[in-house]
Design a protein around this ligand. Sequence first.
Ligand code: R5P
Length: 307
Amino acid sequence: MKIFSGTANPKLSEEVATLLNLPISKSEIVRFGNSEVRVRIEEDVKDEVCYVIQPTSNPTDAHLMELFFFADALKRSDAKKIIAVIPYFGYARQNIQHRVGECVSANVVIHFLENIGFHEIITFDLHDEATEGIFTVPFSNLTSFSVLANSIVDYLGKESINTKDIMVVSPDQGGVERARRFGAHLFGTDDFPITVIEKNRDQNAIHQSTAVAIYGDVKNKIVILLDDILTSGGTMFNAADLCIKKGAKRVIGAIVHHDFAPDAVKNIEKSVLEKLFTTNTIELKKEQMNSKIVESSIADLIASLLR
Ligand code: R5P
């Protein structure tokens, strides 16, 4: 087995390789002055099973192209099987036509990945499970909820975790099932209430949404707002403000993927969120670290699967 790393999250790739007692296999990734990229495999991969770890996070298109070129270079080097480990799957939110005339980007990306030669795809907490149906190669959608839940348990203290004081809240209608699955990891039971916020997104504007109503009781509760992705933060901040307005005692955010827009970190710091728990599906840059963001690693989950 060989593990290759793109440039999107080399730290995560290193962690996985260390856990597997393997080196990161040698490749050369050159970015030219005109922004084109070239990938070269620098070791013998003939008849090997090769994994390429690369979240397709911001800058999404650049990271995607690198991944495609890895597949081509490995195929030309006679690798037996080429498997993409895409901890964060960019464009997953564009999986339907939200408005007439739009492209369905997730569909396009999946076709590219398959046609370029990936034999298998592994990802984490894909935005919409229905997208799995588009894949025609073996596909695994792992979940990081155990890691996120453990990190919150450590922060709040095991004795504080109970279904009376803590309310898991989905910041939009689409996240109900996700909130339920996360709650089961957090509480260790399926028997708990959840609260749902009704979100209205303006499809004609970028990053504009409002939290219009809340269904459930958050008064005097410790709220855990659970979402898959935070980009602008609008969804999370509006939901957090509404929970505070409805009497929540504390509001903690939990997301899998921090695919941040430029102002997100500054706005997290200013928000009513006490903490924002997240994972390292995407690399957290030095300048993005702040006192509220707590990152936990999914390396062990990837290593276990590869093992
Ligand atoms: C939407 O359905 C997703 O689950 C997230 O709620 C959303 O994409 C987050 O984006 P933003 O942080 O820009 O509101």
